[in-house]
Design a protein around this ligand. Sequence first.
Ligand SMILES: Nc1ncnc2c1ncn2[C@@H]1O[C@H](COP(=O)(O)OP(=O)(O)OP(=O)(O)O)[C@@H](O)[C@H]1O
Ligand SMILES: [Mg+2]
Length: 282
Amino acid sequence: MARILAVANQKGGVGKTTTSVNLAAALAAAKRKVLLVDLDPQGNATMASGVDKHEAKPNGCEVLLDEAAIGDVLVRTEAGFDLLPGNGDLTAAELKLMDGLAREHRLKEQLAKISDKYHTILIDCPPSLHLLTLNALTAADGVLIPVQCEYFALEGLSSLLDTISAVRQRLNPKLEVEGLLRTMYDVRNNLGNEVSAQLTQHFGDKVLRSIIPRNVRLAEAPSHGQPIHLYDRGSRGAIAYIGLAGEIIRRERAMSTHDAGELTNDLDEAAPDASGATPTTP
Ligand SMILES: Nc1ncnc2c1ncn2[C@@H]1O[C@H](COP(=O)(O)OP(=O)(O)OP(=O)(O)O)[C@@H](O)[C@H]1O
Ligand SMILES: [Mg+2]
């Protein structure tokens, strides 16, 4: 089963798409099987992955409406990850879903069909907390929240966190905050340090260690339809996203060791006298 991460922040232009595409590519370069879902009607992740959003038909819209089989819609990208493309049709899907049954669960149901083929599924969310984002949060195990190291960075974070709590209570009890990712960090600017300090003060170890610097190569890469490691693998941006991929993989490993430990404990408690043998810890 894949681990599913929604990349979400209703604030626009904070680096959700840049993070989704470049993290997908960096994880794929580390030999992970990755699916990137473009859930934003802007279709930016689709274009930045080298797929023309205007030609992407069927796409996530038909998948959400159950009009196409998800396996038939996926596209293999040059960077080695699979993409569920998205474009303006997603707005129509969102409108049609409004009246539908189990409308927040559509993406979760579709991803369940292919989840065993991947290690990680990333979902690039639109800058809103409406139904498309709710579908992402209902499907996800964790939320990765890019935060731009600029003025007003924390603005809107409380409504995002409230939405995450509400989704956890009503739709998806396993949902966790994977972490807050500092993006567009500028070393020449004190503001980055101030925002960083505020984030750590409020969110402690939920702030990821990796920091994405402001780097012009990251801004250029999408217009070439390439993730950063294909466009300029030696750039600071590319190195930062490789670091982030490493951090995410380490966290996954730590979690699975923890889960395996819990499982051993559960087995231990369920059958304390089964054989008298001490269970082996993996
Ligand atoms: N680290 C960075 N350094 C320089 N430019 C960046 C960086 N990250 C993102 N950008 C640029 O900033 C703009 C916004 O980034 P991006 O599209 O990733 O944000 P977003 O949160 O997905 O936006 P939206 O809310 O519209 O979906 C883009 O032009 C992108 O190329
Ligand atoms: Mg975006």
